[in-house]
Design a protein around this ligand. Structure first.
Ligand code: ATP
Length: 233
């Protein structure tokens, strides 16, 4: 579904990714873990074309999107839930969801809304509430719901558990599992390595701009080096 092949990405003269390769197959959950500053967000944003990779290739369903404009990539079946959620605080829940269906027809938007409200009954209860007044967990649900409005075949989530209480994190991860069960391919970036690897079919470990290891989620969880570095021993 997604092939990242040996990409290098720069911020000005500084190289943040030094030849990174990742594959996400259709129907999988793939987790990318790594410490602060490893380059996780940079990798996701390179897939979205902002910043673009300076060399290497990125293929989405076989199509080369390495230098495609971000707006075009966002229309080709991929949706991103950015780090920090970034909902529109002054808009209501329903207005935020409508923003996610921007490129769709009215009847598609209606169907997507029903689907999102089924997944997140809490959002339906709060459809007229301003997003900025919702809790962190509710805003994360809204950010995921907004991404689903474009009916993506693949969803990319950047640290969805950041700053949330354990019980809310468990709910969010359960929903991510449900998305995979519905046939949506998931690429998940997390510092919460234990939960991300438990849920993942496969995982990658990014260290200072390079992939250090990749394996099944199960094997990475059992790997002594990973346990020591990312799972608290
Ligand atoms: P975190 O978990 O803290 O979000 P991360 O793994 O997502 O970290 P990135 O945000 O991708 O890491 O950062 C990778 C490297 O690129 C860091 O050294 C960072 O300082 C640098 N970097 C990120 N964004 C920019 C930018 N806009 N301009 C310059 N350097 C940047």
């Amino acid at each position: 579904m997604l092939v990242v092949d040996n990409i290098h990405t720069h911020y000005g003269k500084i190289e943040a990714l030094h030849g990174v390769s990742v594959e996400v197959n259709k129907g999988e959950i793939v987790s990318l873990i790594g410490a602060n500053g490893a380059g996780k967000t940079t990798l996701l944003m390179s897939v979205c074309g902002n910043p673009q990779a300076s060399s290497g290739r990125i293929l989405l369903e076989g199509r080369d999107i390495t230098t495609a404009p971000t707006a075009e990539i966002m229309r080709s079946g991929i949706a991103i839930v950015p780090e920090g959620r970034r909902v529109f605080p002054g808009l209501t829940v329903e207005e935020n969801l409508h923003m996610g269906g921007f490129f769709n027809t009215k009847s598609e938007i209606q169907k997507s809304l029903e689907h999102v409200y089924e997944l997140f009954p809490r959002l339906k209860e709060r459809e007229h509430q301003r997003a900025g007044t919702m809790s962190g967990g509710e805003q994360q649900m809204l950010a995921i719901g907004r991404a689903l409005m474009s009916r993506p075949r693949m969803i990319i989530l950047d640290e969805p558990s950041l700053g949330l209480a354990p019980i809310i994190i468990a709910q969010i991860f359960e929903i991510i599992g449900q998305l995979r069960d519905e046939g949506i391919t998931v690429f998940l970036v997390e510092q919460n390595a234990h939960q991300a690897l438990s849920l993942a079919d496969r995982g990658y470990v990014l260290e200072t701009g390079r992939i250090r290891l990749h394996d099944t989620g199960k094997n990475l969880l059992a790997n002594p080096e990973i346990r020591e570095a990312y799972l608290g021993g």
